[in-house]
Design a protein around this ligand. Sequence first.
Ligand code: FAD
Length: 286
Amino acid sequence: MKISEILKQDKVTLSFEVFPPKTNSTYESVAQATQEIAALHPDFMSVTYGAGGGTSEHTVHIASDLKTQYDVTVLAHLSCVSSTREQVALMLQQLRQHGIENVLALRGDIPEGGCVAHDYRYASELVREIKAQGDFCIGGACYPEGHVESVNKTEDILHLKEKVDAGCDFLTTQMFFDNNIFYNFLYRVREKGIQVPIIAGIMPITNAKQVERAIKMSGANMPERFRAIVDRFGNNPAAMKQAGVIYATEQVIDLIANGINHIHIYTMNKPEVAAGIQASLSEILK
Ligand code: FAD
């Protein structure tokens, strides 16, 4: 099913993200985790893509297994900055062969030392190319706090508008830990005429080490309320996990209460995290 159709339904949607194994030896454990997450019957699942193309094969395999064995709607991520046009065409062909109808079209992070392939500079070029083929539902990434490379939020939103105009059917946000930042972003993008559905991306922080990584990767602001949780529970893995899941769940409840119907959880191959959040929302999701 196309995600654009799912997002048209008048209901709250919950989706989960998994990442493919980086090596063949971890394939089985990752496949097991993704199956357990699929068994929770989210509205869809997304499968990330290794920027250098290193795990690209596994993205297709995991996505295809989810679709054929568990009948889950799948969103396959595809980044372009390190790829040639031929590599992208091949990947799209494989996705099509496996019946995957949804692609999250990304630029990808520029590797240290620059990119080998130079066929694409921005995700909007990939979006336009996929759109021209006519058959995929296309998502794009957006950044409530501005993309880390952007000069300012205004410029970032102008480029986002270009990307949406190139053919995005929906957007998914980078993680954020303060919902007010998302509400403010939503106001600004709507004001600039971006009308596609925007899925709020929530990352449950379940261990102290993840905090620094998450801030570095996303540039996201970490509210004092969350810092206090990390200070108090950071050295107690079980307590930190519980508190992190509760914090993320509270963010989701606040979003839904404020009319945001589409929530994506960065579940990071952790079925227990996906299950914990889903269970806490059981009445809300009915
Ligand atoms: P773009 O939309 O191209 O934007 C990148 C930067 O270029 C921004 O600063 C933008 O303002 C600027 N820009 C855009 N157009 C122009 C223009 N015409 N002129 C000047 N500047 C311009 N990475 C992976 O490798 N694999 C994944 O699976 C993955 N999944 C992700 C999922 C989500 C929901 C998100 C939010 C990010 C994901 N990423 C993933 C990370 C993403 O690849 C990086 O954040 C990357 O740096 C930017 O990708 P983009 O598609 O947003 O790029």
